[in-house]
Design a protein around this ligand. Structure first.
Ligand SMILES: NC(=O)c1ccc[n+]([C@@H]2O[C@H](COP(=O)([O-])OP(=O)(O)OC[C@H]3O[C@@H](n4cnc5c(N)ncnc54)[C@H](OP(=O)(O)O)[C@@H]3O)[C@@H](O)[C@H]2O)c1
Length: 237
């Protein structure tokens, strides 16, 4: 199950999971590009309308995933939003949207999935960001929610380890699709940022998605409570 599995990074994660032979439920408020996945893999992918800020909606999603495919093995809490704004002009409503989606949404996914993951011995991947640990002026709300996601990941990994449930976070740098797109679309901004990337380029969403495949797989059977950074070598300041 991938929240935000209909666009950007979540779409790429869903696609990589499908390529691995898994069955996938993509959850978001609107179907986005879901049709593309459905055309590629009609038997193994389903869309489930979900608002990750709502406890009832997320509980319904986890039940639906089990009803649709019989079990729940992997939960990717990827849905996220960014609202730009220095703190003085950051609107309280925008703050609430970021906290509700990026942080409460992650908590609700873990909370609702645990009973099913205890049965399957499954795993959770929370999507963070390099900005969780790097000061980004104008993004206090986004940075704060992602930092909180990383600590939530570390604590829940310890709490849930006794059930055989691994919990890790994936922290991408800047990717060429989704939220990261803006950076490379504006030549002036990209010239300013380019020197921060050791590889001289932003990442492809598929490159971050492959890291999610690793975290979900048995190859990562002893990886728990980790924050896996996938940023091509990022020197932020
Ligand atoms: N792209 C990057 O450069 C980058 C870098 C670091 C981290 N990340 C992280 O990667 C994740 C995905 O970002 P992205 O760049 O792929 O963004 P995106 O293209 O804007 O996609 C966001 C996804 O989340 C869904 N979503 C948003 N609010 C939701 C809600 N309340 N309930 C359910 N679904 C919701 C969206 O669908 P609906 O709007 O239809 O609900 C969409 O599918 C985020 O957590 C982001 O912080 C991205």
């Amino acid at each position: 199950m991938v929240t935000g599995g209909t666009r950007g990074l979540g779409f790429a994660i869903a696609r990589e999971f499908l390529n691995e032979g898994m069955s996938v439920v993509c959850a978001s408020r609107t179907p986005g590009d879901f049709k593309v996945l459905e055309e590629e893999c009609p038997d193994r992918v389903r869309y489930w309308q979900t608002d990750v800020t709502s406890p009832e909606s997320v509980a319904g999603l986890m039940r639906a995933a089990v009803d649709l495919f019989g079990r729940l093995d992997v939960v990717v809490a990827n849905a996220g939003v960014n609202r730009d704004g220095k703190v003085e002009r950051l609107d309280p409503a925008d703050w609430d949207v970021m906290v509700g989606t990026n942080l409460t949404g992650v908590y609700l996914c873990t909370h609702a999935a645990v009973p099913y993951l205890r049965e399957s011995g499954g795993t959770i991947i929370n999507v963070s960001s390099s900005m969780a640990t790097r000061i980004t002026v104008g993004a206090a709300g986004y940075c704060a929610t992602k930092a909180a996601v990383e600590m939530f990941t570390r604590v829940t990994a310890i709490e849930l380890g006794r059930y055989g449930i691994r919990v890790n976070a994936l922290a991408p740098g800047i990717l060429a699709e989704g939220m990261g797109k803006e950076l490379i679309q504006n030549d002036r901004i990209w010239e300013k940022y380019r020197k921060r990337f050791a590889l001289g380029r932003v990442g492809d969403v598929a490159e971050a998605a492959r890291a999610a495949v690793f975290l979900a797989s048995d190859d990562a059977s002893y990886v728990n409570g980790d924050i896996l950074e996938v940023n091509g070598g990022l020197q932020w300041a």
